[in-house]
Design a protein around this ligand. Structure first.
Ligand SMILES: [Ca+2]
Length: 267
């Protein structure tokens, strides 16, 4: 298990990217309705003064971003949650990647803001979710997750919302939902656990040069978690013995808590 995921990370670091089509409308929240809300999106939750959805000018790109404010009391009540949602048609068996950029003004818990895909149309809705928890007072940060559309799915509903009970004040911009042509295993390893804005899954190459003339021709991409490092060093040693080249080990940050199969977290 550890070796297979490790090899995926190693493999993808050397592959070229390909483009994917954006499925969402108004991804940068630049189109605004007469009511001052983002066009193409539906409001989730809200309706009380403590939960506010608005579009404002502190944006990551262009002129507008969504501002989600959730200041309700310490009780689990959907009225105090706030967010946006949008539906897109899906093809069963395909992999869907969602991502969004967020900037945190305030938050009292790292589970207070959620990115979620719920696959609808079958007998039972299926959801995957990830917490949106950029550094409070820090810069914009990208969050992503992905999931495979179940056999009976017709629609993916993307939610970006506050999970009430907690309070939060968050700016949201540049949402995305794309269909991936990769096998779920490759896409899952990269998109669910990676936080880097990769353009997409990459075409599998069965032969990858590791060394040329005794010099490194690749790097070993290793998760920064210590449990992975011995495997990376073993691989480095094995390649060194075979080729004479010592491949550099490049530590990459991965989030192991996000992008999992999840219960629907909405209140
Ligand atoms: Ca924008």
């Amino acid at each position: 298990m550890r070796t297979s995921a490790f090899c995926l990370l190693l493999a993808v670091a050397t592959f070229p990217a390909f483009a994917q089509q954006e499925l969402l409308k108004n991804t940068s929240f630049e189109e605004i309705t007469d009511k001052g809300l983002p066009a193409g999106w539906s409001q989730y939750g809200g309706g009380v003064p403590e939960s506010v959805l608005k579009v404002e000018a502190t944006a990551r790109t262009a002129k507008s971003a969504v501002h989600l404010t959730d200041t309700g009391p310490n009780e689990r009540d959907n009225r105090y949650a706030i967010g946006v949602q949008q539906d897109v048609p899906v093809t069963p068996g395909r992999f869907y990647l969602a991502s969004v950029w967020a900037k945190a003004i305030a938050r009292n818990n790292d589970q207070a803001v959620v990115l979620q895909i719920t696959f609808l149309g079958g007998a039972e809705a299926r959801s995957v979710s990830n917490y949106i928890a950029p550094p409070i007072g820090g810069d914009w940060k990208r969050y992503s997750l992905g999931g495979v559309a179940p056999d009976d799915a017709k629609t993916a509903r993307l939610y970006i919302y506050t999970m009430h009970f907690w309070t939060s004040d968050t700016l949201i911009d540049d949402a995305s939902l794309k269909e991936a042509a990769a096998t779920p295993s490759v896409a899952t390893a990269i998109f669910q656990f990676g936080q880097e804005p990769l353009a997409g899954p990459r075409k599998l190459k069965l032969q990858t040069p590791l060394a040329r003339g005794g010099e490194p021709a690749a790097i070993i991409a290793c998760p920064s978690d210590p449990q992975w490092r011995q495997g990376a060093m073993d691989l480095q040693t094995a390649i060194q013995r075979k080729t004479g080249a010592t491949l550099p080990i490049h530590l990459v940050s991965v989030t192991t808590g996000g992008g999992r199969e999840a219960q629907d977290n909405r209140a």
